[in-house]
Design a protein around this ligand. Structure first.
Ligand code: ARG
Length: 747
């Protein structure tokens, strides 16, 4: 009796201090900042087993995939697991109407069948290092922002050089806490990454845009790739002589399943967050930026859809582009809604009020931080003057019609070689590549319509004094405001809208032709307007940067007992917490996992987002689940954790207390779409594709069991919470009252 009271008490105490769900931690610092807390949550590994420079550790199985997603090594032969939506572009590039791997999936029968992907890279972190002192040691308070930036660049270059000289490594230095800290990252980056297997979109993208960013989810969002190296294990461009990489570490794969409360952590490459954004920034987002992004993308998507639905070839050409435009279209719809629902603006105001009081209470603080919020307010106001125009320049202009960006990029590449026949000849192969890549995925009738309608929307919504020159000189004067006619003439004549015209032009490029080329003029004028606005905001932008740096430094001083983590910036991070359900709304409660039953329930053969492939249905009906069902005999499709991730984390491994793979993270949830600006403890969740669903699809659906044979499967369950006795964590503040009974304690 006594003993059980003690246990309950210590569990409650541990729960009170274990509030570790928020935070994207730097692996290098985990030992110092988080380790005790992680143990309290149930971690059974040492800190060295997570991050070590000299010995193989978890970090050696984690990959930055092409700089936009994450992936993990799951076999001794360089096999990588990532998300279907991360491999989507690669899958599309190999697809045609005849061989439609997007629709049907792709499975390499042997290594020789694995498909190379031009330009796709896999970077492994060799080490990271705190270089704050090297950099800030050279910065003085009298430096102008430009001088400061130059100094940072100069030291960065030296650090990168000495970290990579005489190696096959590449490196960079990244800024943290808005310029208060700097870290060096050294990578080994492999350039031969091949497509091994992908489920059909009806599995990998099941639920489509309707289910995107939402729970409950039934998506098998995974793809398999393989890293190849030269015979010495070094990075090399694609060659058939390359061999599968022997990794320093590959993750064991746990098929024991997950329970609510189980320890769960994620390591990967989150792209960017804005957790230190002030109320001024939130307001600008809500009033100016986000509604316009949504408005522009609404129209862009409708135009793409029109052409994609009419022609299967066009559907494949635009599949990847459409998916990524739709992804952040829905993201911003959700973010506007949830910033309001989660009262993020009010919370920011409250923090800023506290900050102002803290600053005002002390003369030294006032001298140091007194200007911070003012600088931010002024800088944000200055930015707000051009926010709408900037949004249109990017979303409706340079990224509106693909021809505009293509003209811009070709123009840039061409400028230095235009008058030099030898240099031009030397650049020919590179140009040919660019040209092929562009025309492969651009359907000109669709792009012409995008050109007309995006520019028209621009003209309608951007203030008159921020319109690029062509609006007046070409559209108004020459085409009487008729954007359709303008687009038609531009596409009929431009060298950038016809491969043959472009190749002919490149034989003897002439600036005079470009000066009259309407697509080129649009690209140049848009860019000129963008530069003009950037320059106008120049000093305010520098002030904003300084304000942010001071604000974050001040906050950390104001809350000395709080553990701060830096915003995501595409560097490796670790987030830890547990498998957990949530309550999305009053009287509504969501379970922490979904099953194939739910996919069948959502099935709608008339809606391509909810088609269930015949083979999958058959397996479901026969309950032909092999070793992959849970203890109730069901296939678990997805589950939830309270880990802290964002875009870029897609494809990251979800790892249990013993360092084994239990799933791949692929999404966030609707109720926490504001999460990149403020983490929502109660409702923010990571959506994970259960590894057993991945294995079930590989084995039973694709008959690709040879891939599973490469993996190291383990089936012993992990006890949910490590014995509390070994965790000497005392509550810092009074612990939050426990909610209901603790289900986290097991065994
Ligand atoms: N929302 C996910 C992310 O940004 C992408 C999901 C892809 N699925 C889709 N239906 N578009 O990581």
């Amino acid at each position: 009796m006594k003993k059980s009271i003690l246990i309950v008490l210590s569990v409650v105490l541990a729960m009170g201090t274990v509030r570790a769900d928020e935070g994207m931690w730097l692996p290098l610092l985990v030992k110092r900042l988080n380790y005790a807390d992680m143990q309290a949550k149930g971690l059974q590994l040492t800190a060295e087993e997570i991050y070590s420079v000299n010995n193989s550790s978890l970090k050696d199985a984690i990959v930055s995939l092409g700089g936009f997603c994450s992936a993990e090594v799951i076999s001794k032969q360089g096999l990588l697991l990532t998300n279907h939506h991360c491999g989507y572009d690669a899958i599309q590039s190999h697809s045609s109407v005849e061989n439609d791997y997007l629709t049907n999936g792709f499975w390499a029968k042997t290594k020789a069948d694995e498909l190379p992907n031009e330009g796709l890279t896999a970077a492994f972190l060799v080490r990271m290092e705190d270089v704050t002192n090297q950099i800030l040691g050279e910065i003085t308070s009298s430096m102008t922002p430009a001088e400061r930036a130059n100094k940072v660049r100069e030291i960065t270059q030296k650090l990168v050089k000495s970290a990579t000289e005489g190696t096959t490594y590449n490196a960079n230095v990244r800024e943290f806490f808005n310029g208060n800290e700097y870290y060096l990252f050294v990578y080994q980056t492999y350039k031969d990454v091949r497509l091994v297997g992908a489920p059909p979109s009806a599995v990998g993208k099941f639920g489509g845009d309707t289910d995107n960013w939402m729970w409950p989810r039934h998506t098998g969002d995974f793809t398999l790739l393989r890293v190849y190296a030269d015979k010495n294990g070094n990075p090399a461009a694609y060659s058939k002589d390359n061999v599968p990489l022997t990794p320093k570490h590959s993750l064991p794969v746990s098929i024991a399943g997950v329970e609510k409360g189980d320890y769960a952590m994620i390591m990967g490459y989150p792209g960017s967050t804005d957790r230190y954004l002030t109320s001024f920034g939130v307001k600008k987002e809500l009033d100016l930026h986000q509604p316009n992004v949504v408005k522009i993308r609404d129209l862009k998507l409708a135009i793409m859809r029109e052409y994609m639905e009419a022609d299967p070839k066009v559907r494949i050409m635009y599949a990847s582009n459409y998916a990524s435009v739709a992804n952040y279209w829905k993201y911003y719809i959700g973010q506007q809604k949830q910033l309001k629902r989660n009262k993020v603006y009010d919370k920011k105001i409250a923090l800023e009020d506290e900050f102002r009081k803290w600053v005002a209470a002390d003369a030294n603080r006032t001298a140091k931080y007194g200007k911070a919020l003012e600088l931010i307010e002024e800088g944000t106001k200055a930015e707000a003057l051009t926010e709408v125009a900037n949004t249109y320049v990017i979303e409706a202009g340079l990224q509106g019609s693909a021809s505009i960006l293509f003209a811009f990029r070709m123009g840039r590449s061409l400028a230095p070689v235009m008058k030099d026949a030898a240099a031009l000849a030397a650049a020919k192969a590179r140009f040919d590549e660019q040209i092929e890549a562009h025309f492969k995925d651009t359907y000109l009738p669709c792009d012409q319509k995008l050109f007309a309608e995006m520019l028209q929307l621009f003209q309608k919504n951007v203030p008159a004094d921020q319109q690029p020159a062509f609006m007046q000189e070409l559209v108004a004067k020459k085409f009487k405001g008729n954007f359709q006619l303008f687009a038609q003439k531009a596409f009929e004549t431009s060298v950038f809208t016809d491969k043959n015209r472009l190749q002919a032009f490149l034989q003897k490029p002439d600036q005079k032709i470009l000066d009259k080329d309407m697509v080129s003029i649009v690209a140049q004028d848009l860019f000129a307007m963008y530069m003009k606005m950037t320059q106008a905001a120049g000093s305010a932008a520098a002030g904003l940067q300084e304000g942010n740096r001071l604000f974050v430094a001040g906050l950390r001083e104001m809350q000395p007992n709080k553990k701060f983590y830096p915003d995501a910036n595409s560097t490796m991070r670790l987030t830890y917490g547990s498998v957990l359900d949530y309550q999305p709304a009053d009287a509504v409660s969501y379970n922490f996992y979904t099953t194939l039953d739910g996919a069948m329930d959502k099935e709608d053969p008339t809606n391509d987002e909810f088609v269930v492939p015949a083979k999958l249905k058959e397996l479901y009906q026969k309950k032909d689940y092999g070793r992959w069902a849970n203890k109730d005999g069901k296939i678990v499709t997805c589950f939830l954790t309270n880990n802290d991730i964002t875009g870029g984390n897609s494809g990251s491994p979800v790892i249990n207390a013993r360092g084994e793979l239990i799933g791949t993270a692929f999404d966030g949830n609707w109720e926490a779409m504001s999460g990149d600006i403020a983490f929502e403890n109660q409702v923010q969740r990571t959506i994970v594709c259960d590894i057993r669903y991945v294995l079930f699809i590989i084995d039973k659906y694709a008959n690709a069991g040879h891939l599973i044979d490469e993996m190291n499967l383990v089936s012993t369950p992990v006890t949910a919470l490590a014995p509390v006795e070994q965790t000497p964590v005392a509550p810092v503040v009074s612990p939050a009252p426990p909610k209901g009974k603790t289900t986290a304690k097991k065994g």
